[in-house]
Design a protein around this ligand. Structure first.
Ligand SMILES: NC(=O)c1ccc[n+]([C@@H]2O[C@H](COP(=O)([O-])OP(=O)(O)OC[C@H]3O[C@@H](n4cnc5c(N)ncnc54)[C@H](O)[C@@H]3O)[C@@H](O)[C@H]2O)c1
Ligand SMILES: [Zn+2]
Ligand SMILES: [Zn+2]
Length: 368
């Protein structure tokens, strides 16, 4: 079958719209017609070199759509089912899945190589194989995916909104609720209010934080965070630190959540200094795999029992949490519609990238 997709032939370049052949679903696979695909900063990392995939690759790892066909042995979904993609194909059987940490499923090994489990590829053109970012490649009208990569959702939910619950929403929400373990009365500071950070704000508010301080150089992001329940907003991290000091009578924040586009030493140092005794610093934003970004005084780590931890997929269990978060939305307890600043066509994908880089988007999404 043919599809049109946004591909990267190599890094440091723009997306090219290309017609590709997409394979029919093999054993354990499903063929999905996408309705929407969100743009996450991790897709920009493919361009900028902070994630190093095998090229050429079809980008995109937030996707929602309708199952059109299933391969032999698929029992999880059937044609007509509405699905949101999980950017980790959760096996349910490895050590991490079996112990309730399916965000770290061993299948995470395939995310950047872009091939299917058997080492072959699902997209092809001109005699070449095109990889699928996160085993998905959602910047395409259609895709053939492992059944482990899709989560069936309730049919009445709008697919062009539910799409964000593939990555940005659980990652941000879980950064606060799971990794940060925010509880009622805590003081939380969030650095970087993009599609991930705004959901860290939602998570902190939903967990009952007393103060949610946000830091971002872009005023529009801060204004949006205030609408989502943040209590104080700053473009300057030093001013944020002074306010946290004042709000907590010198005790410091309970959690600092780092969800900036590219993590660097400076934001880590600010976040580490902002937390108080027993505080937790969660790093969810990414940086180049070889770059050292964490340099903190170990004396303070020891004496104040500060905790620094990473968080993958908001430390969520995607097949459980995607459904849960959508049901919270359905019940009016989670904002999703307000997260999407603008929709684009597939052909406008580079405009969407430019708008994200220019600070104009909380989330942008392709509507097919
Ligand atoms: N760990 C995971 O599982 C996971 C999942 C998804 C995304 N991510 C990563 O999370 C990060 C955020 O993704 P996103 O899609 O929200 O990105 P985004 O581009 O939408 O938002 C990033 C925000 O950070 C702000 N920012 C940049 N530098 C800053 C600084 N020094 N201080 C404060 N704010 C700053 C930007 O203005 C922007 O608003 C990326 O690195 C992405 O790769 C991680
Ligand atoms: Zn993402
Ligand atoms: Zn697993």
């Amino acid at each position: 079958m043919k599809t049109r997709a946004a591909v990267l032939e190599q890094g440091s370049t723009r997306f090219e719209i290309k017609e590709l052949d997409v394979d029919a679903p093999g054993p354990g696979e499903v063929h999905v017609k996408f309705v929407a695909a969100g743009l996450c900063h991790s897709d920009l990392h493919l361009i900028d070199g902070d994630i190093v995939p095998r090229f050429p690759i079809v980008a995109g790892h937030e996707g929602s759509g309708i199952v059109e066909e299933v391969g032999p042995g698929v029992t999880k979904v059937k044609p007509g089912d509405h699905v949101v993609c999980s950017f980790i194909p959760v096996c349910g059987r490895c050590r991490y899945c079996a112990s309730g940490r399916s965000n770290m499923c061993d299948n995470g090994a395939y995310l950047v190589s872009g091939n299917a489990f058997d080492g072959t590829f699902r997209y092809h053109a001109d005699g070449r194989d095109y990889g699928s970012f996160s085993m998905l490649g959602t910047f395409s009208e259609r895709a053939t995916l492992s059944e482990l990569s899709v989560v069936k959702i309730d049919e009445w939910l709008p697919l062009d909104v539910a799409v964000l619950v593939g990555c940005g929403v659980p990652t941000g929400w879980g950064t606060a609720v799971n990794a940060g373990a925010v509880t009622a009365g805590d003081t939380v500071v969030v650095y970087g209010i993009g599609g991930v950070g705004i959901n860290a704000v939602q998570g902190a508010v939903s967990a009952g934080a007393k103060f949610v301080v946000v830091v971002d150089p872009v005023q529009f992001k801060l204004d949006t965070a205030l609408k989502f329940g943040a209590t104080h907003a700053f473009t300057d991290p030093k001013e944020a630190a002074a306010k946290i000091n004042e709000l907590t009578w010198g005790q410091g924040a309970d959690q600092a959540l780092v969800t900036v586009g590219v993590v660097d030493e400076e934001v880590i140092a600010d976040a580490f200094a902002a937390i108080g005794k027993g505080g937790t610093l969660v790093v969810t934003g990414q940086a180049h795999p070889e770059k050292l970004t964490i340099h903190v005084p170990s004396g303070e780590l020891v004496r104040y029992e500060k905790v620094i931890r990473g968080s993958q997929y908001g430390s969520c269990n995607p097949h459980y949490d995607i459904v849960k978060l959508l049901r919270m939305y359905d019940a009016g307890r989670l904002k999703l519609d307000e997260l999407i600043t603008k929709y684009y066509t597939l052909d406008e994908v580079n405009d969407m990238v430019d708008d994200l880089r220019d600070g104009k988007l909380i989330r942008g999404a392709i509507r097919f």
